[in-house]
Design a protein around this ligand. Sequence first.
Ligand code: FE2
Ligand code: FE2
Length: 135
Amino acid sequence: MPFIEWAEEYSVNVKEIDDQHKGLFQIINNLNDAVSEGKAPGVIDATIHKMIEYANVHFATEEKYMTKYHYPGYQEHKAEHDQFNLKSLEMNGRLKAGVYVMSTEILRFLKDWLTNHILVTDKKYGPCFNENGLI
Ligand SMILES: [Fe+2]
Ligand SMILES: [Fe+2]
């Protein structure tokens, strides 16, 4: 069973964004596999970098539409993305310092943050995006 599994309950009703969320889940599963298979620190480091990069592409997509459609919750939403980036950078710094035992904590954080953020925060813009013709 995958570590984190996309299900219909995570849908925000916009295909492009659902697909990106699925992509993020996939990278987190890859990271979980790399950790549980005891892959070399370099592999884990590269996967975390890929995850951070992909998360930023994804955040930029959401922020682009929120701005375009004058979504009223934009500031609070962006603040959550910024928090995530700060936390990711901090974790990355600790990994670089050689604290590889952090992996389980990182995975737990990623899973909790992402599922909560989608279910609570991302879901709120769905109706606004749909009203503007984005489905
Ligand atoms: Fe978001
Ligand atoms: Fe999202």
